[in-house]
Design a protein around this ligand. Sequence first.
Ligand code: SAM
Length: 359
Amino acid sequence: MGFRYIGSKDKLSDIIISEIKSINNEACRVIDLMAGTGLFSLALKESNYCVTAVDVMTYSFHHLNVHLNLVEAPDFNGINSVESIINSKPINLFGVRNYDIILSYLNSLKPVKGYFYQEFSPEGTPSNTSKPRKYFTSKNAAKIDAIRGEIKRLKSANTITDIEHSLLLHDLIMAVNDVANIAGTYGHYLSKFVKRAEAPIELYPSTFSGVGRTTDHKIYRGYAEEVSKHIEGDVCYIDPPYIKRQYAANYHILETLAREDEPEAIGDSGLRPWRDQYSNFCSKVKIRDSFDQILTNINCQDILISYSEDGLLPIDDLVSFLQNYGSVIKKDIQYKRFKSNDSKKAAKLNEFLIHLHKN
Ligand SMILES: C[S@@+](CC[C@H](N)C(=O)[O-])C[C@H]1O[C@@H](n2cnc3c(N)ncnc32)[C@H](O)[C@@H]1O
């Protein structure tokens, strides 16, 4: 399954990058202000741009760290002195990397009946409600507990570096996405286990891209409204949420994996307290103020904004609001968008690319 992320621009990268080129063919640094999966940042890197990437979610930070800062598997030198890991070397493999060894080790860990098992599996006893949740099979949830516990332990023992830590958390999140018993987002689990969710969870090695610009990227975890005061670029791409659904609530489980904590899981859906990552872009009332802060703060003349025909703000309202800051050109693109329900068909939607050249 890989990434299933509301509003992911994976399929639109080429169109957006050609728009950036037509805005400023000399552009060197491009800001990806709401970077999400980091896949668009990766496409920018591969097109030779220096990327400054920002998102409020912690899982996004780890994805970005992998996409922007790794061109090959890191050494994982720290594991050479840990016998239990080195002994788990896959047999009959030539040229095996430490990266493969540590994944094989993590995949072979004994399950642990920990937080994920208790809160997110049918055999668990959730702390906040009487009805067990079904995000994962009990076996997978206990495996997730074992793997996340060991990644955390290896990091606190300094056996792995920061970037190695990001890579293992990224791999864990990708593996969890493959077996999650959900229709698209983690807003709720499905009442019956789907086939995909019954497969045993397994970490697979990531692939790395050495194409394009391999240095000088910057990553920030935080609110765009705040971070925009401190960054600059030739073009700034903004891909805000366009509907009411908060990412922090819909991807709470990925955030818990990324933060490596055990928050109170609240209500039927087991949401972590997520208000600290609330997005004003999901509120009709607050969205203009947030745009205003960003457009006023940011040291960048050319802003390119993705927005959808079914966004919270009608597109004409957004265009006339942006005209307060400079000249605006709106372009129309059609594409099949990921919808987070179980309907098999992807919806065809008009997506807009709005170029604001600030006064
Ligand atoms: C439409 S998604 C971006 C998808 C991304 N372009 C991709 O291809 O994966 C919107 C992103 O904005 C982030 N976000 C929402 N409000 C934010 C804010 N005020 N500051 C920073 N990031 C924010 C969300 O966490 C989410 O990842």
